[in-house]
Write a protein that binds this ligand. Sequence first.
Ligand code: 5RP
Length: 224
Amino acid sequence: MDQNELKALVGQEAVKYIQDGMIVGLGTGSTVRYMVDALGKRVQEEGLKIVGVTTSNRTTAQAEGLGITIKDLNDVDHIDLCIDGADEIDTDFNGIKGGGGALLWEKIVNNASTKRMWIVDESKMVPRIGNFGVPVEVIPFGAQHVFNYFEKQGYHPEWRMTDGEKYRTDEHNLIIDLKVGEIADPKALAEDLIHTVGVVEHGLFLNRVDTVIVGRQNGPEVLQ
Ligand code: 5RP
């Protein structure tokens, strides 16, 4: 199986955990795309009744196109299960997210969820997180000063770009990717980032997942 087939495999596996009546957090990214496709199929073919709360405008458009009912996070009092992708996960379930630029809404939805599940192909499982880089969402006002601070800290910042322009998130913020390499102390880095004025959120997701489904050549592996 190639990487896309492994992503499809875990996407299809994850929707088996969704039951009638649930409020489900729908993540963002190419792996989640397969999951939302499979969920749409269950809604259409089985008449499964669920409410989705999405983590990006992209996921909203896909889910609504498939007939999945979507509500604003402000209009639900909880989320039963959030299913999202990840860019890297270590053996202690520390994760990096935000490769797709949706880390802020993803962390807010993750935070509001009773159960949290990540679905990944096996290439995302690493001994230590960091080589992917750490996406950091920053307010545009004065963002160059945040960038300069990261440079002084030795975090090797790079602006996220798209079509020659600085990438804009769904909240119209900017993303700085920190090319830090393997992180010795993710908690210490997370503390520094969240206390930097101008930072809205960062892509270090520490202690934020209960179940990981890994797409392996011999089938999906469920880790808890
Ligand atoms: C988006 C994310 C994604 O979940 C992460 O980038 C994984 O994406 P993909 O499934 O396309 O590899 O955090 O902000």
